[in-house]
Ligand binder design. Sequence first.
Ligand SMILES: Cc1cc2nc3c(=O)[nH]c(=O)nc-3n(C[C@H](O)[C@H](O)[C@H](O)COP(=O)(O)OP(=O)(O)OC[C@H]3O[C@@H](n4cnc5c(N)ncnc54)[C@H](O)[C@@H]3O)c2cc1C
Length: 440
Amino acid sequence: MAWNVLILGGGFGGLYAARKLERALPRHAAKVTIVSDVNFMLYTPLLPGASAGTLEPRHVVVPLREHLARTDLLLGHVTGADPGKREVSVTTADGEQRTLHYDQLIVSLGSISRTLAIPGLREHAVGFKTLSDAIALRNRIVHSMELAEATEDETARRALLSYVFVGAGYAGLEGLAELQDFAADIVDLYPRSRVQGLRFILVETRDRVMPEISADLAEFATAELRRRGVEVRTSTTVERISADSVELSDGELVPCRTVAWTAGVRPAPVIEQLGLPLDPAGRIVVDRFCQVEGHRDVWAIGDAAAVPDPARPGQSTPPTCQHALRQGRTVGGNVAAALGAGSPKPFTYKTLGVFVDMGHQKAVAETLGIKWRGFPAWFLARSYHMLMMPGIKRQLRLIVDWTVDLVFGRDTSELGQLGHPPLLEMPTAGGTDAKATVPR
Ligand SMILES: Cc1cc2nc3c(=O)[nH]c(=O)nc-3n(C[C@H](O)[C@H](O)[C@H](O)COP(=O)(O)OP(=O)(O)OC[C@H]3O[C@@H](n4cnc5c(N)ncnc54)[C@H](O)[C@@H]3O)c2cc1C
C-alpha cells in the first residue's frame, strides 16, 4: 500500500518539500497531500512591490496546483495533531472536521506577526504579512489622501497624511520604502495633500535598521530613506496607539491614522496544538536533518521550526524564505529516504546573500561577501527574485509588470471593494473594504 505523506502548510517550505518528494519518490510509492488554508504560495519578497502597485497581486503568488503534478491539495485549517496516533485534525474550507492519518508528517506552517502588549496596537495597527495586509495598506494610503483632500480641518489632514511603520526588518524597511515611493508618486494628484506634505516615520527598538545586513549597508539604507524625507527613529519604541495618534518613547505624540506593524514574527499559533517539543520561542525543536526531537516520523521546517544553523553554531536559522525553501528540499529528500529512496542528508545551507529592495531603483545587497548598493543592487535583487520565482509564465509576468511600471508609472485607483460586492440594489460602486478604510 502507498505511504501517506502529509505536508502542513503550502508556503516556501511546504511547496519545495512537495516538489522534492515528487522527484525523489517512485511514482505511486506515496500519496502526498498538502493541507493549506490558501491554494497558493505567497512569494513574500515581492509583497512590497504588490503593495505599492508595481506588481499585479496575482503575480506574486504561486498557485500550488499549477506547480505540483502528483501532490494533492486539501484546502483547510489545521487545528491540532496527535503524534502518538499519527493523526492531524483539519477543518476543511467548507467547515467539515476531518482527521487525517499519516506515515510521515512535514510541518511548515510558517509564522504570524508578533504583537506586544502596547495599548491600542491590536485595534489600530495593520500588519504587513499577507497579501490582504499589503493591498489594504496601499488602499489605505490612497483612501487617506482622498479624505485629506476632502477635509477643511488642517489638524485632521496632518494625521491622515502621516504614516508610521514599526519595525525595521525586511518587511518594515522594504514595505515602507515601496509605499513611500508610491505615495510620493501619486501625491501630485492631490493638491491639498501636496501642500500639506506627507510624513513617513520608521520606528525601530534597536540602534540600527536591518540586523540581517552589515552595518555600512544598513547605514546606506538609512541614508537613502532620510534622503526621501523618511524619519528613521532608531532606539525608539511605540508606547501607545490610538485612532488618530501614536505616542513614541521619546515623548512625541505623532498625529497619525495609519500604523503598519512589522516588528517581527512568531510561529503560527496552531504549532502549540501539535503535541511536539517547542523551544522557548515557541518553535518546534528539530535536529540538523529537520527531524522532530523524539518523533521519527515528524519533520519541521521554515519559520515555525528551530533548525540548527550551520552558519552560526548554537543558533537556529533565521525566519527567511531562502532557508525555508532549502529546508523544504532537505526534508523532502529525507522523507523519501525514510521511505526507502536514497539516504538522509543534514541541512547545510549557509546564506549566500541578502537583498533589500527599496523601490525607486535603489537597493542594498550582500552576496558572497560582496556589497552592492544603489542601482546595481536593485538590478541584482530584481534579477534574483525573477529567477527564484517558480515557473517561466510567472517570471515573464514579473518582467512585464516591471517594464510597464518603468514606462507608465503606477496605477492610483483604490480597489478595496475587490472581492467584497455590495448587496443587491445598494446604490454604490462597491464601497471600500474595512481594513483599507482609514478609521475615523
Ligand atoms: C513582507 C515580507 C517580506 C519578506 N521578505 C523576505 C526576503 O526578501 N527574503 C527572505 O529570505 N525572506 C523574506 N521574508 C520571510 C519569508 O517570507 C518567510 O521566512 C517564509 O515565508 C517562511 O516559509 P514557511 O514555509 O515557514 O512559511 P510560509 O511561507 O508563511 O507558509 C506557511 C503556510 O502555511 C499556511 N498556514 C498557516 N497556518 C495554517 C493552518 N492552521 N492551517 C493551514 N494552513 C496554514 C499559511 O497560509 C502559509 O501558506 C519576508 C516576509 C514578509 C512578511
